[in-house]
Design a protein around this ligand. Sequence first.
Ligand SMILES: *[C@@H]1O[C@H](CO)[C@@H](O)[C@H](O)[C@H]1NC(C)=O
Ligand SMILES: *[C@@H]1O[C@H](CO)[C@@H](O)[C@H](O)[C@H]1NC(C)=O
Length: 107
Amino acid sequence: LAVPIPGGDNEPAFQGPTTFHLIQISSFANSTWAQNQGSGWLGDLQIHGWDSESGTAIFLKPWSKGNLSDEEVTELVEIFRVYLIGFLRVVQDHVSEFQLTCECRPL
Ligand SMILES: *[C@@H]1O[C@H](CO)[C@@H](O)[C@H](O)[C@H]1NC(C)=O
Ligand SMILES: *[C@@H]1O[C@H](CO)[C@@H](O)[C@H](O)[C@H]1NC(C)=O
């Protein structure tokens, strides 16, 4: 993913090589309720969010799509959507095998 480096007055200029990483947080409240949160980060700057209700990406900067075409972005978002739904389903289906159930109490 190539992203133009913003250097304008409103954006801090990046120094040196910047990493891009994605964070996935999947929450499982009980046997039926689960939700994904997702975000994309260029260094310390968040440039992508994830709307778990609609299952679509949120582009937080005008340049968050990098040089990908709309078609490529749509395809990528669809891959993430299918993956995230599948991830929740697989974990929920195998919770007993993973022995993930716990009775959590504040200390
Ligand atoms: C499961 O958790 C969700 C979110 O906390 C809650 O709204 C729902 O009532 C819970 N369902 C059951 C069966 O406990
Ligand atoms: C985006 O930029 C990278 C790096 O310059 C290039 O390798 C890639 O082919 C470009 N992709 C598109 C879709 O233009």
